[in-house]
Ligand binder design. Structure first.
Ligand code: F3S
Length: 426
């Protein structure tokens, strides 16, 4: 692999232990991904704090971090924090009202937020967005063609497909600190072209249709780049839903919606003038089967509702506040958002509307990321394919089974107000 003189110095340890570990990690990542060189990142990064590497042998202790921070080290790339510390181990805001020990315990909260590590990262310039959808609050998006290193199901395709940035699913301390990543995958222009065309019998236009389509496309395409035809132009929420679902059914970093996404003014552009390797048509039965696969329940009684996967944007929160205004929910309702938007929702009065209705606004994580729901809850309704898939997987056994209901935000609001599930594929 080609390394510049500066990169060789880093790898040789001439710039100190932490930089050497970071460069060695990126070289190993490059080797695995088949990259022949590094790319200097001119966009942004995010990583799961406080993890210093995704591979144990490249982890380093906090003392080493403290040493370089005291010497003035900063993240070279603008860097955002993905979820609350330790892979979203607890809520950032609203935790006092979640009624789910230990998450409502101040001592647990303080410990989970890891002040030692976080204080050092903040001194390095970390922007503590704490969300799987940090781009909703970052106010600083990559321009078309800028190289980034992001994580997360909804975020990486948002960078590539929606914004025209360039990112693999590989944001790390190393890429943030050195502002480098292996030049492979989505950094390489020809890898961004569509190779599969996905058509659908119905016109895809509602939020749940985009969500279900995402899961089906993920299952069909795996790592391929699809072009989606026979869809309306997606909204921000629908892009988010498609992205998370496509990275749950599969691992989609990039896709095209001809006429909507920036690298695909037409289908021919999306394909780079070539013939697709495959053309697939999802009929009604296929999408209905996908929807039903994401539902895993025996009865119709709902004991809890969780909304906001990926974390709700402000319009999602506004629409939900209109639906809950003046109402009372019958079961616990959790609403997940980004910490910065939690405070905006508070200023806008949405939080008060939720509280008056008996629902709780939370930020920074979600039931799947904290690996559970409050004790005694055996039936959960959600409005996201990803949340349905992962939370079901956490309770697979018959004696530990969690009924999971998946449907639209309206279906979930109805279930919250009645305690009964009436959602179906429509
Ligand atoms: Fe985010 Fe949790 Fe969904 S971390 S994408 S809300 S599974």
């Amino acid at each position: 692999m080609y390394l510049s003189d500066d990169e060789k110095r880093l790898l040789d340890g001439a710039e100190g232990f932490v930089r050497q570990r970071c460069m060695a990690y990126l070289v190993e990542l490059a080797t695995v991904s088949g990259a022949e060189r590094m790319v200097d990142l001119d966009g942004t990064t995010d990583f799961h704090v406080p993890t210093t590497a995704l591979v144990p042998e490249y982890l380093f202790p906090i003392e080493e971090l403290r040493k370089i921070v005291d010497e003035g080290a900063v993240f070279k790339a603008p860097t955002f924090a993905n979820k609350a510390p330790f892979y979203g181990a607890t809520f950032v805001d609203g935790w006092e009202g979640c009624a789910y020990p230990p998450h409502n315990d101040p001592a647990h909260h303080a410990k989970a937020m890891q002040p030692d590590w976080m204080e050092l990262y903040v001194r390095m310039g970390l922007i503590t967005t704490y969300s799987c959808a940090s781009y909703l609050a970052s106010s600083y998006w990559p321009s078309v063609g800028q190289h980034c290193a992001w994580n997360e199901s909804s975020a990486v395709p948002y960078c590539n497909a929606v914004l025209g940035g360039r990112s693999n699913i590989d944001g790390s301390f190393a890429s943030s600190f050195l502002a480098k990543a292996p030049y492979s995958g989505m950094h390489v222009p020809e890898n961004r072209l569509a190779t599969v065309v996905i058509d659908t019998e119905r016109l895809i236009q509602t939020d749940v249709e985009w969500d279900v389509l995402g899961f089906a496309v993920g299952e069909e395409c795996g790592l391929d780049v699809p072009a989606l035809i026979h869809t309306a132009k997606p909204t921000t929420t629908q892009y988010q839903k498609f992205n998370t679902a496509a990275n749950t059914g599969g691992s989609i970093a990039m896709y095209h919606v001809p006429g909507a996404t920036p690298e695909a003014p037409t289908l021919e552009w999306a394909l780079g003038g070539k013939k697709p390797a495959r053309e697939v048509r999802f009929d009604e039965a296929h999408l209905k089967k996908t929807y039903e696969k994401l539902n895993d329940h025996r009865g119709d009684t709902v004991e809890m509702v969780s909304l906001g996967c990926p974390h709700y944007n402000l319009v999602d929160l506004m629409l939900l506040s209109r639906k809950l205004k003046g109402k009372k929910v019958k079961v616990p309702v959790w609403i997940m958002t980004v910490p910065a938007l939690y405070h905006t929702a508070e200023q806008l009065g949405y939080k008060k509307i939720f509280e008056d209705a008996g629902a709780v606004l939370l930020s920074g994580t979600c039931p799947a990321a904290i690996a559970g729901v409050p004790g005694g809850i055996r039936a959960l309704a959600v409005d996201a394919a990803k949340q349905a898939y992962y939370i079901s997987g956490l309770f697979p056994e018959a004696d530990d089974h969690l009924d999971v209901f998946y449907g639209t935000q309206d279906d979930c609001v109805d279930a919250a107000l009645t305690g009964v599930w009436r959602g179906e594929w429509r």
